[in-house]
Ligand binder design. Structure first.
Ligand code: FMN
Length: 338
């Protein structure tokens, strides 16, 4: 093993101990994409796969976990979204299968959710989009944090990864393992965040064109063709309806989303729709739009969610090759420091 690989192992040590894998590289959950095949391939290659539960029912999640377990003996996690109406039942499914790590996305969890997740035996990884929230999540019992910047694909916050890393890592990284996500396309960036105090990283976009990923060939082709500037955030068109921006490749879907926002804003006005219900409708819209692109291959009117690192996706290749390349780049960068 080279000096660089040795140093990388040391820097990732807390992360690999926490996750129980060889490299502290999480395959960020991606709805419709992070299912049994990709998740098991990432874990089998030494990373840490995470099933995207997204809009799944408890029954579907039950099957997905069981099927993933037949494909890998290594640890993997499950991503749950806090606003899912059946969050309690989904947590029970994770506990039934003794899932070791639950990644909670979508803001502060409802009362009792953290205790139920930890009571079921899982470690809790939570998204912290700001320092104040990181502190609150630590006090509430989170075992690790993901800080994800706005370069990422899918739902995004307003702050870049580099700024979040500077604001959050120096303050909390000694107390809790922190994984950095958003815009990471090469190993040199992994090395830099580890040196800043992260224990590992989370990547989504970079794994979409893995051979093992079930995404439609059109979806993968769109990724291979795109450059960073094609991955743009959605725009909020009505100030009364706050929508979380979603980063995706520019296409006709942008117009459909504008129409959907108008329709939901109308329901808010005329039929007294509750804001939480309005936001749930928007989330259902995204789930459908992403499915059209990922599963049906309609990359014109579907949503091709992608991060800015999409420009660094240049070919379809096995997960093991992607991870090996990232690891070698990170090790090379560390070795060059002397
Ligand atoms: C197509 C796509 C779908 C995603 N779906 C989810 C999701 O369902 N839940 C979630 O927590 N994050 C989701 N993400 C975010 C990823 O888990 C990950 O944090 C992100 O991709 C990291 O940034 P990167 O794309 O720059 O690598 C999604 C990202 C993409 C690209």
């Amino acid at each position: 093993m080279s000096l660089g690989h040795d140093r990388l192992k040391q820097l990732m040590h807390r992360g690999t101990e926490f996750l129980g894998c060889e490299y502290a590289i999480l395959g960020g959950a991606m709805s419709w994409i992070s299912e049994r095949n990709l998740v098991s391939a990432i874990s089998n290659a030494g990373g840490f796969g995470v099933i995207a539960c997204g809009a799944m029912t408890p029954e579907l999640l039950d099957t997905e976990i069981a099927e993933t377990m037949t494909r890998t003996e290594r640890p993997f996690g499950v991503n749950l979204i806090t606003m899912h109406p059946q969050l309690r039942e989904l947590i029970e499914v994770c506990a039934k299968h003794q899932v070791g790590h639950v990644v909670l996305a979508g803001g502060l969890p409802p009362g009792g959710a953290i205790d139920r997740i930890k009571g079921g035996g899982a470690k809790l990884i939570a998204f912290a989009p700001a320092l104040a929230l990181a502190r609150k999540l630590i006090r509430s019992g989170a075992d690790a944090l993901v800080i994800e910047g706005m370069e990422a694909g899918g739902h995004i916050g307003p702050v870049s990864t580099s700024v979040l890393a500077q604001e959050i890592l120096p303050v909390v990284a000694k107390n809790i393992p922190v994984f950095v996500a958003g815009g990471i396309g090469r190993g040199e960036a992994i090395a830099a965040y580890l040196e800043m105090g992260a224990v590992g990283v989370q990547l989504g976009t970079r794994f979409v064109c893995a051979t093992e990923c079930i995404a439609h060939p059109n979806f993968k082709k769109a990724f291979i063709r795109a450059s960073a500037r094609d991955a743009v955030p959605s725009v909020q068109i009505d100030p009364r309806l706050p929508v979380i921006p979603v980063r995706a490749l520019k296409n006709k879907e942008t117009e459909r989303f504008a129409a959907k926002q108008r329709e939901v804003a109308d329901l808010l006005d005329k039929q007294g729709l509750e804001m939480t219900e309005a936001q749930l409708q928007i989330e259902h819209y995204w789930a459908g739009a992403l499915k059209r692109a990922v599963i049906d291959g309609d990359c014109e009117s579907g949503s091709v969610m992608a991060g800015q690192s999409v420009g660094m996706v240049t070919r379809e290749e096995p997960v093991a090759a992607i991870i090996a390349e990232l690891v070698d780049e990170a090790a090379g960068a560390l070795e060059s420091r002397g």
